[in-house]
Design a protein around this ligand. Structure first.
Ligand code: NAD
Ligand code: MG
Length: 360
């Protein structure tokens, strides 16, 4: 096998750091690195992974360079950027014929039609890193049968089982404590509001070419079953492992091969039991709103994502401008005000995102 080479966009984040550990363990060459602003860490990583100075990017200073790096020949591009800022580099990678190992779900939510159409025309794989979507891909391996239904599992986030009343007094610190995964701040808050599952639902529609109605969300607090696929005959195939992002990252880089991993192994006897429940759409209304946006299509998913990015950023970066329980309602208000279009294009995405920020 030819030596695998990667371009890693968003190298300082949670997925970025775990990608570097996977690369190190399996002699995958890191050809290029981006950070958003942490230049000291970039320099440290550059030296550690022997990356040429020209093949680095500080995206807050030079966002266009992300696209240049994504187009470096014969590389797989690991997109570990947070937010729809990851869309253009994803397109640049596909344009250059580079497979994309995609953690950056917001790119697909904002512009999934554009990404998947370009990937089809150029015959370039978009390989999911998100654990649920990696699970679905694994459930589908070796079958040409159509999906009847996707069962998208959700941990329920930090506030699973809370009532609307209880959500009124939760703190930012509590919202940033995920029960099963240690992740970046934005996705941790999205998990707590259940918006993350809404984004993942739209992500799954694009990756696996399904309708919104074919995706069932099920709460599974242990995060052992990472998702499942039901086929026409009623057979369900699920993928199980301990919750450790190094597994889906590694699989995205080595599939169809499986290589050893330092992740803990699953013990059914130790687990004892797994539990499941229907989501509470009333207490966590962003999941319902995501379904609505998914059905509408056009720029609606982009509008919802942009509204959510703006509101979550305000929640994370201001002291008390917005409380946790006000996030869904504020997102919905912005989303409702944004002009909806039937079609989607890069221009419409830019306009939609600017409108979301302006309406905050
Ligand atoms: P993070 O906040 O830890 O890291 C984000 C990275 O993106 C950092 O390197 C940061 O410097 C960079 N970045 C931030 N803003 C940027 C911008 N505007 N342009 C370019 N780069 C920018 O986030 P994370 O938890 O690693 O998540 C990254 C992506 O992966 C997200 O889309 C998230 O939803 C997805 N994801 C993460 C996990 C996880 O376990 N962390 C699991 C599944 C999916
Ligand atoms: Mg996920």
């Amino acid at each position: 096998m030819k030596e695998k080479q990667i371009v890693l966009l968003g190298s300082t984040g949670s997925i970025g750091a775990q990608t570097l550990s996977v690369a190190k363990a399996h002699n995958i060459k890191v050809v290029a690195l981006s950070v958003h602003s942490n230049t000291a860490l970039l320099e440290e990583l550059r030296r550690q992974y022997n990356v040429e100075p020209d093949n680095t990017c500080v995206s807050s200073e030079n966002p266009d360079k992300l696209c240049e790096l994504a187009a470096i020949k014969d590389c797989t591009v690991v997109n570990a950027i947070v937010g729809s800022a990851g869309l253009k580099p994803t397109l640049a990678a596909i344009e250059a014929g580079n497979p994309v190992a995609l953690a950056n779900k917001e790119a697909l939510v904002a512009g999934g039609e554009i990404v998947m159409a370009l990937a089809n025309v150029n015959n370039v794989p978009v390989i999911p890193v998100d654990s649920e979507h990696s699970a679905i891909m694994q459930c589908l391996s070796g079958t040409t049968n159509k999906i009847h239904k996707i069962i998208l599992t959700a941990s329920g986030g930090a506030f699973y089982g809370y009532t609307k009343e209880q959500l009124k007094t939760v703190t930012k610190e509590q919202a940033l404590q995920h029960p099963n995964w240690s992740m970046g701040a934005k996705i941790t808050v999205d998990s707590a509001t259940m918006m993350n599952k809404g984004l993942e639902l739209i992500e799954a529609m694009h990756l696996f070419n399904t309708d919104e109605s074919q995706i069932e969300v099920v709460i599974h607090p242990q995060s052992i079953i990472h998702s499942a696929v039901e086929f026409t005959d009623g057979t369900v195939i699920a993928q199980l492992s301990v919750p450790d992002m190094r597994l889906p990252i590694q699989y995205a880089l080595t599939y169809p091969e499986r290589l050893p991993s330092p992740a803990k192994r699953l013990s059914f006897a130790e687990l004892g039991k797994l539990s499941f429940a229907a989501p509470d759409y009333d207490t966590f209304p962003l999941l319902r709103l995501a379904r609505e946006a998914a059905r509408l299509g056009g720029n609606a998913p982009c509008a919802l994502n942009a509204a959510n990015e703006a509101v979550v950023s305000l929640f994370l970066n201001s002291d008390d401008k917005i409380a946790f329980h006000e996030i869904p309602q504020t997102v919905e208000e912005i989303y409702n005000k944004i002009e909806k279009t039937e079609n989607i294009s890069l221009d419409i995405i830019e306009k939609t995102e600017n409108e979301a920020v302006a309406r905050l």
